[in-house]
Design a protein around this ligand. Structure first.
Ligand code: SF4
Length: 209
């Protein structure tokens, strides 16, 4: 697939989903970081049902660092993998206090030093919290659709991101992940993609082949 085709596809998706945006609820960069850590292997909907009661009482790195691990495990239990997620959130909170003056760092390099924060999480934080996209978050939808449409034949999120970055200019970075998620939820679902009604089917390698 060449750049023009890829951009054309994205423009069609933009028309289909003009309001595509991050679906996690948050009111600070740290809350977003917590929400993204919780969203691993979990739906954003479930995370959004879980976080309001947590953020009502606990919202700063200090709040989470002080909280007993067992309390946090109980609070994040509905999001699955609760032991790991609670441990990472506490370690991340402490590291932000110790190394970054209690503020979520505003660059990829430092974000990637935090526990439980990989490129996907760091990309989401840079875009949604700081409006400074540095790359493209590749989650399960972005991975599946990139492979089907033909943006990338790679299988790891890191390599898929590199392929996407070769196709899309900087001003598209903020939209790619949102549009792929919206299209993945609405039409190009995991089990039964609705190719017949898909607005990009004539460009999609999965459909054409
Ligand atoms: S044509 Fe089918 S596989 Fe391709 S993007 Fe559309 S729904 Fe997905």
């Amino acid at each position: 697939m060449n750049k023009n085709e890829a951009i054309n596809i994205l423009n069609i998706l933009k028309k289909s989903y003009p309001d595509a945006k991050c679906s996690l609820d948050f009111s600070s960069p740290f809350e977003l970081l917590v929400a993204v850590i919780l969203s691993a292997q979990c739906t954003d909907e479930r995370v959004n049902k879980t976080t309001p009661s947590i953020f009502e009482k606990y919202s700063t790195p200090e709040d989470f660092a002080k909280m007993p691990l067992e309390t946090l495990e109980e609070l994040v239990h509905p999001c699955g993998f609760y032991k790991n997620k609670a441990k990472n959130i506490k370690l991340t909170a402490q590291k932000i206090i110790d190394n970054f003056d209690s503020k979520v760092p505003e660059n990829m390099e430092e974000l990637l030093t935090l526990s439980g924060v990989g490129r996907k999480t760091a990309n989401v934080v840079m875009l949604e919290a700081f409006n400074k996209p540095q790359g493209i978050a590749v989650d399960t939808h972005a991975k599946r659709l990139s492979n089907r449409i033909g943006f990338s034949k790679e299988t790891t999120p890191e390599k898929i991101e590199q392929d996407l970055l070769k196709l899309f200019p900087y001003n598209y970075l903020k939209d790619v992940n949102h549009l792929l998620i919206y299209h993945g939820r609405a039409i190009c679902t995991s089990r039964s993609p609705k190719c017949n009604i898909c607005p990009i089917n004539k460009y999609c390698e999965f459909y054409i082949n």
